[in-house]
Design a protein around this ligand. Structure first.
Ligand code: BGC
Length: 796
């Protein structure tokens, strides 16, 4: 059957038709109306993200008109087809539609794809959608573009270590430029889950343990992916994921239940999502876990009460991979239909891969078990997103073979990846100025199972990243070493087995070389999804390898003077107390992407002075987990001299390295910490200034960190919380006064009734170089308690 608009051969024409035709206008008025969204009263609706041009496009009258007009023409199957997301399949020539995919497109049974990219293939599938399907609705193509598309940047945890949102924004911009040139519209990033448990492998995908750092990075990445105009050919729709509390998986086991207090959810897990929404993120992904018994995919509280009503989110929610079907093993749905009804009515718009919406919901709707209004709301939201992406004006905008050819792995992108890598490296320890290494050494022994790998440096979720594009540690050091330096290599041991057969060769090399670089850690597939570890110590025989190598190096040097440097590569903090105690220099290099080896060599040889800081607390032992700097004090804070305090009897209570820690080849002095007032009224802004001087002999970066504590409040507060930071560069001898403004939002807490309030009383400001190395000043808030926002909707 031909539709009233089937003569329109392009979507542009379709758009013109549907917005101008009286028939469609009539259809709009007779179409089933959207489920009324309760108007959020001024009191319950904290700032809607209206400042974002992306949100303005999503919510524009024209987007609404296009969506309504199309909706009025759709059959039930076409509506549910829009909400169906299918995955592509890999072929020898690249990703392609799944078996029968073209027929599904023609029939209007699919609205979006993931895992299909490439200008030619997306153009052809798009052509089928806009020319051969009844309503010509364009498709969306999605992929996990997490830290780069082909030019792979540092993994997100590493990028957070740069404490540099501009750096993260740039990386996301490059990723969007490359991904969109390959026909993509949509990325499933940024992951903004807070992780306090490094056993959880997905800690590598986020910004670590701190909600403020996580929020700043979330907003930066959203801006980077989306830009100001979603319709621009180089913009990708961003996805804040996984909503929510996924990082609190019990025992650090991926997919496990999260059972944390509402307070912790609001204080710790929600802020980065809120920041992403404020930055105009166009989509969110539901998380696999349940929260206290309600799986996120079935949580009206999460997806409707909080996300749409409280935060005013106007974009789409996508399920995670088969997350709707998983409501059955979760034990909250007895059938696929029940699972689909639960998810859709909770607010999951797009059904990733399990086919439940398209297959099981038509019957549910016809039998009266699912209101049409719920389906319409989801379809409307998706169509508005397609509109905002510019697809109704030009569905082929991102499928352009010239852009694909010229915008991939460009010299500029690769240079940006190298800079991002340098900025992410954290110098954990550097006794006796072991680093930087001299460039005139005769021989350097590079030892360890990861040094040679050009795959591991890419990290997990590396999209189209290729080992052939990447620089291993060994290759980077060889390229950077002076002409007279021989860089020798011994693997020493495999990453994660007990094999010690390579120890003797490694020890021989360590004895003969002028300096030793040990490269230790985890392969890229030992963190990320479904890669939780019960022990976060160095795997396999690597620790013993390091011990043997250090012994050999010391024996040959007749003391401890031969430089020995340990470089860690990992997607989670590793508990390496022996290394920290014994090796004179320790460098955290994470997985830095295609330029890993070059970026690391820049740091090891001193061409770049490291300035990264830890975005996570590094424990001494797995048994300390969860360990995070912003814990509450308890009634019995740890004290060495008092047995009955909150600590262990077999390991110190302190971390191996605290959150925010990171050294430089120069030194910084802090002085003149000043507050603009000793007393202020709730709602007033406090000015904080501190002067930082580079007291060493080379230029360097320092991340100036500001923490705050409400000293006595109606509920116990964390011992300190990061509220501001700034990464600055200082020449030797240069000093700078850094100024921060601390407003009501920074001083606020959720009171016992969960209202957001600023309470009168004493506060302490801490400013310094890490969460454990600060100077402090105090101020008082006077007057009455100031209520910033009423209590949020309670969990249901
Ligand atoms: C992951 C998501 C990812 C999705 C699509 C899932 O297994 O949890 O983070 O976006 O797959 O690839």
């Amino acid at each position: 059957m031909r539709s009233p608009v089937s003569s329109a051969s392009t979507v542009g024409l379709l758009l013109a038709t549907i917005v101008s035709s009286g028939a469609c206008a009539r259809a709009v008025t007779t179409a089933p109306s959207q489920a009324p969204e309760r108007p959020a009263s001024a009191a319950t609706a904290p700032a809607r993200p209206t400042s974002s041009p992306v949100i303005a496009a999503l919510t524009s009258a024209r987007a609404e008109r296009v969506a309504d007009s199309l909706l009025a023409l759709m059959t039930l199957d076409e509506k549910l087809g829009q909400l169906a997301q299918m995955t592509g399949r890999g072929t020898q020539t690249g990703p392609a539609a799944p078996e029968g995919g073209e027929a599904q497109i023609r029939a209007g049974r699919v609205g979006t794809f993931l895992n299909i990219h490439g200008a030619a293939v997306t153009r052809e599938l798009q052509r089928i959608a806009v020319e051969e399907s009844r309503l010509h609705v364009p498709l969306l193509f999605a992929l996990d573009v997490i830290h780069g598309f082909r030019t792979i940047f540092p993994v997100p945890l590493a990028e957070a270590a740069s404490f540099d949102p501009a750096n993260a924004e740039r990386a996301a911009r490059v990723a969007a430029t490359e991904g969109s040139a390959h026909g993509l519209h949509w990325t499933f990033a940024p992951m903004v889950d807070i992780a306090r448990d490094p056993r959880w492998g997905r800690i590598v995908e986020g910004s670590g343990e701190d909600p403020y750092l996580g929020s700043v990075m979330a907003a930066a990445r959203v801006r980077g992916f989306q830009g100001d105009d979603l319709a621009a050919p180089n913009a990708l729709l961003a996805t804040a994921k996984h909503f929510a509390v996924y990082g609190a998986a019990e025992g650090g086991r991926d997919y496990a239940s999260a059972d944390v207090s509402e307070r912790t959810i609001w204080e710790i897990y929600f802020p980065p999502f809120q920041a992403a929404v404020r930055a105009g993120v166009g989509s969110l992904m539901a998380s696999f876990n349940d929260i206290g018994g309600t799986p996120a995919h079935a949580s009206r509280w999460l997806l409707d009460d909080v996300l749409r009503r409280r935060w005013g989110f106007a974009g789409i929610v996508v399920s995670d991979w088969a997350g709707i079907e998983e409501l059955i093993p979760h034990g909250v749905a007895a059938s696929k239909e029940e699972a689909g009804v639960l998810a859709l009515t909770a607010g999951v718009d797009v059904d990733m891969v399990d086919g439940i919406y398209a297959d099981s919901l038509p019957a549910a709707q016809r039998a009266g078990r699912l209101p049409m209004a719920a389906i319409d709301s989801s379809v409307r939201r998706l169509l508005r997103v397609k509109y905002a992406l510019g697809l109704f004006d030009d569905p082929y905008r991102r499928s352009d073979t010239t852009r694909e050819r010229t915008m991939t792995l460009t010299a500029e992108h690769v240079a940006a990846a190298r800079e991002a890598g340098r900025r992410a490296i954290v110098l954990l320890k550097n006794d006796a100025r072991t680093l930087p290494l001299r460039k005139d050494l005769r021989t350097i022994a590079v030892i360890g199972p990861l040094a040679e790998s050009a795959q591991t440096v890419l990290g997990n979720w590396a999209a189209e990243g290729k080992a052939a594009d990447a620089v291993s540690v060994l290759a980077g050091l060889r390229a950077a070493a002076g002409g007279g330096t021989r860089v020798l290599y011994a693997r020493g041991a495999p990453v994660d087995t007990a094999d010690t057969s390579g120890f003797a060769e490694a020890a021989r090399l360590a004895r003969s070389a002028d300096a030793v670089v040990l490269v230790l850690g985890e392969r890229e597939n030992m963190s990320a999804e479904a890669a939780s570890r019960a022990s976060i110590e160095l795997p396999g025989a690597q620790l013993r390898l390091a011990q043997r190598v250090l012994r050999a190096a010391r024996a040959s040097a007749g003391g401890a003077t031969k430089p020995v440097v340990a470089v860690l590569m990992n997607g989670r903090p590793l508990a390496t107390p022996w290394l920290a105690d014994s090796v004179p220099a320790l460098v955290e290099s994470w997985f830095l992407g295609v330029q890993h080896g070059n970026a690391l060599a820049d740091v090891l040889f001193g061409d770049y002075n490291p300035g990264g800081k830890l975005p996570v607390t590094v424990p001494r032992a797995t048994g300390q987990v969860p360990i995070h700097y912003n814990h509450r004090n308890t009634g019995r804070p740890p004290a060495a001299e008092d047995h009955f305090t909150s600590k262990y009897i077999d390991v110190p209570w302190t971390p191996l390295y605290p959150f925010g820690h990171g050294l430089s080849y120069t030194t910084f002095d802090y002085r003149d910490l000043q507050l603009s007032a000793a007393e202020l009224r709730a709602g007033d802004t406090l000015g904080v200034s501190v002067t930082v001087a580079n007291s060493g002999d080379r230029a360097g970066d320092e991340v100036v960190q500001l923490y705050l504590r409400d000293d006595a409040a109606s509920v116990a507060r964390p011992v300190r919380e990061l509220k501001r930071f700034e990464r600055i560069t200082l020449r030797p001898g240069e000093s700078r006064t850094v100024r921060f403004a601390i407003g009501a939002e920074e001083m606020a807490l959720y009171d016992v009734a969960m209202r957001r309030v600023v309470e009168p009383g004493a506060f302490t400001v801490f400013v310094g170089t890490s969460s454990a190395d600060t100077r402090e000043a105090r101020f008082r808030v006077t007057g009455d308690t100031l209520v910033l926002a009423p209590a949020p909707p309670r969990i249901r």
